[in-house]
Design a protein around this ligand. Structure first.
Ligand SMILES: Nc1nc2c(ncn2[C@@H]2O[C@H](COP(=O)(O)OP(=O)(O)OP(=O)(O)O)[C@@H](O)[C@H]2O)c(=O)[nH]1
Ligand SMILES: [Mg+2]
Length: 312
């Protein structure tokens, strides 16, 4: 599913991030541990590469710990980068991160507070992290995307200045699978997605990769069900049928996504570093194809115009 959800405040925030970047010493990039690849903003990668980066794979309480470990091994091999998994339920670990940041400060010999920018996609937990560090509700949080709308600077101590930022996506999520995964985990506003498509993608994924977990939640589930049959059976078993007993796919799709987002089928992680490598190549090839097709269309339209001029 191609996602084109890039509201004005995200555009503005992306521009502002570029402007404040010279002041920033450390970038704390918060990823969703359920979708580390799809929650990594490619625009941020382009402007963050010369800064020290701490990648936090948040919502680890909802994620598959084996797969998360693969991701940590992958990230920790990158230069100027340290990666950790995290859950806001692990209060001590969250506070311990401050020591990691202070270590960076020692290595930079920076005078005055270190400017630490928290970035990430919508709804990933940036503001929650900042509130945990401050020990008070200094910035607004909420279980929906686009709660924070502006960049905000908050002093944590004489050594650290924190910058909260709105969740930002990028103008176009090219990999359709990433679009689906972002939608499944709740990073995209509900009005910008087709619930039926997203629920189908999710059902296919969970039936293939986490069948036992699905069976724990839905004790009527049997392994012969295809994604659509599962959604139909879910409608019947949860009593969510429409008029005259017909399946209302939009309604049942929304219900299934709520099950996933509210943590009823956990833990899960939808991606691995190997999948990312494969999908990056596929996406590149798809974009090449699109570019070629566009060139052909342009050429045809030129020729058409040439013919009609001659015909006059
Ligand atoms: N289960 C779980 N939920 C979390 C965790 N961290 C944050 N959340 C929840 O995720 C939701 C989003 O948190 P926020 O801190 O508002 O996210 P944000 O990244 O600031 O979101 P935007 O400002 O909209 O971009 C809230 O309901 C949090 O309680 C976590 O580690 N585990
Ligand atoms: Mg926020």
């Amino acid at each position: 599913m191609a996602i084109n959800w890039f509201p004005g405040h995200m555009h503005k925030a992306t521009k502002s991030l570029r402007n404040i970047l010279p002041k920033i010493d450390v970038i704390v990039e918060i990823l969703d541990a359920r979708i580390p690849y799809s929650s990594e903003n490619p625009v941020i990668q382009t402007f963050a590469h010369d800064k020290f980066r701490i990648k936090l794979l948040n919502k680890a309480d909802l994620a598959d710990s084996d797969k998360v470990q693969d991701w940590l091994n992958y990230y920790n091999q990158q230069p100027k980068m340290s990666a950790k998994s995290l859950s806001m339920l692990q209060k001590e670990k969250v506070q311990g991160l401050i020591n990691d940041i202070l270590e960076v400060k020692k290595s930079t010999e920076k005078v005055g507070p270190l400017n630490v920018l928290c970035v990430g996609i919508p709804n990933v937990g940036k503001s929650t992290l900042i509130n945990h560090w401050l020990g008070r509700k200094a910035v607004k949080t909420g279980n929906e995307p686009a709660v924070t709308k502006d960049i905000q600077k908050i002093k944590l101590s004489d050594d650290i200045m924190l910058w909260d930022s709105p969740g930002i996506l990028w103008p176009k999520v090219e990999n359709p699978k990433s679009g689906y995964r972002l939608a499944v985990t709740g990073a995209i506003k509900d009005t910008a997605i087709d619930h039926g498509d997203v629920a189908y993608f999710a059902a296919e994924f969970f039936l293939n990769d986490y069948f036992a977990k699905m069976q724990q939640r839905f004790n009527w589930l049997d392994s012969s069900l295809a994604p659509v049959e599962f959604l139909e059976a879910f409608a019947v078993n949860s009593g969510a049928l429409g008029k005259k007993g017909a399946v209302d796919f939009d309604r049942i799709s929304k219900l299934f996504l709520t099950e996933i987002r509210s943590g009823q089928i956990t833990p899960f992680t939808m991606e691995t570093p190997e999948m990312m490598a494969k999908e990056l190549v596929e996406t590149e090839a798809m974009l090449d194809e699109k570019a070629k097709a566009k060139e052909v269309r342009k050429e045809r339209s030129k020729q058409k115009k040439g013919f009609s001029k001659k015909g006059r």
